[in-house]
Design a binder for this molecule. Structure first.
Ligand code: SAH
Ligand code: SF4
Length: 361
């Protein structure tokens, strides 16, 4: 018997062609998609507006896979971290963050990450592989399934494991499904993709999707950025800013610059002033993320007072600068703390890491 095909990895137009080859009207592909995403059908027999004969035919050709939920941890602030197992045994994490006015899911796009940022635990894993369209979208479906009935997901941030723009083949079709009113129907204003700064991909971003973009800047000089984010050696700060200027910006969107504050490394008051200059020609907002420490992390988190001093310089210059509260820190669910379940893989590699900067206290 030939292996069944994962129906959630087949683009809509291709599905329509395959259906018509099987003798079913092409428009049925849309109906099936609604069942899959709007109603989260787990079985073709649920799809009652399709004839029984055909449902059986579909069942012979396609499968509707689901993630296996291995672990669900709840933080004392309500944040939930999920560990899912995929078909090939690889594991990924997604984090659900409830706040007063929104419920945000932090989504992964790769197993591990190849960008090797010096401060990031996911980076220590290296890139194992890209996620498929199904594996990106299924995170949202699987978390919805696991949440209590009166809970929901209102916002998505692509800030979990991996570099989204290194996986454009899956990212953009997945975003289409998530925004589609017949599927998940997320508002484009409620979806943000975060990138470490792949300049050529940034330039295409606005043409491919209307969602918001965040850029992890994390330093104000090439000298420091080269070390904390090695991608800077390929696309330096100037190239990154050029890409931002070239990118099509959709109505009401501004680029968010994320800035992980590593104490004594990139958080001097001169850095704040340089940051103001760097952003001066862009429609930009700033998210300050005080570094989330993890066991043996090579950097230190600045104290709140210092963070506010830094923030004030940005505010005084007229920028929107928000200090991101880290959520779920007790379950290592905060930014950059993902991949902890895979730590066994990392342990050894870590001890080779040299402290490249003196941490000023
Ligand atoms: N790869 C993408 C998206 C995932 S990382 C990117 O780098 O943008 C999401 C955010 O978490 C990035 O802004 C990254 O700089 C930040 N981050 C990584 N490790 C962190 C840590 N230990 N503390 C705080 N923020 C961290
Ligand atoms: Fe990858 Fe982002 Fe972590 Fe850098 S910060 S290693 S790009 S996940």
């Amino acid at each position: 018997m030939t292996q069944k095909k994962n129906i959630k990895n087949i683009p809509l137009d291709q599905l329509a062609v395959e259906f018509s080859e099987m003798g079913l009207e092409g428009y049925r592909a849309r109906q099936v998609r609604q069942w899959l995403y709007q109603k989260d059908a787990g079985d073709f027999s649920d799809m009652t507006n399709i004839s029984k004969v055909f449902r059986e035919k579909l069942d012979e050709v396609y499968e509707i896979p689901r993630f296996k939920k291995l672990i669900e941890q709840t933080s004392n602030d309500g944040t939930k971290k999920f560990l899912f197992e995929m078909g090939d045994g690889n594991k990924i994490e997604s984090v659900w963050i409830p706040a007063e006015n929104r419920r945000t899911l932090c989504v992964s796009t790769q197993v591990g990450c190849g960008m090797a940022c010096d401060f990031c635990l996911t980076g220590e894993l290296g890139l194992k592989r890209n996620l498929s369209v199904y594996e990106i979208v299924e995170q949202i479906a699987a978390v919805k399934r696991a949440l209590p009935e009166d809970e929901s997901i209102t916002n998505l941030v692509f800030m979990g494991m991996g570099e989204p723009l290194a996986n454009p083949k899956s990212l953009y079709p997945a975003l289409n499904i998530l925004l589609d009113p017949e599927c998940f129907n997320f508002s484009r204003h409620h979806v943000t993709v975060s990138t470490s700064g792949l300049a050529p991909e940034i330039e295409k971003f606005g043409d491919k999707t209307p969602v918001k973009l965040a850029i992890s800047l994390n330093a104000t000089t090439d000298e420091v950025r080269d070390v904390v984010m090695p991608i800077n050696k390929k696309y330096n700060i100037e190239r990154l800013l050029e890409a931002c200027k070239n990118m099509k910006l959709h109505k009401r969107n501004a680029i968010t610059f994320e800035y992980v504050m590593l104490h004594g490394v990139n958080d001097t008051l001169d850095d704040a002033k340089r940051l103001v200059r760097i952003l001066s020609k862009l429609k930009a907002k700033v998210n300050l993320l005080p570094f989330n420490e993890y066991p043996e992390s090579p950097y230190k988190r600045p104290d709140d007072e210092w963070v506010h001093k830094f923030q004030k310089i940005l505010l005084n210059a007229g920028y929107i600068a928000v200090v991101r509260k880290s959520r779920g820190r007790d379950i290592l669910g905060a930014c950059g703390q993902l991949a902890t379940h895979e730590k066994a893989l990392v342990g050894e590699a870590k001890s080779f890491k040299t402290e490249r900067f003196k941490i000023a206290v």
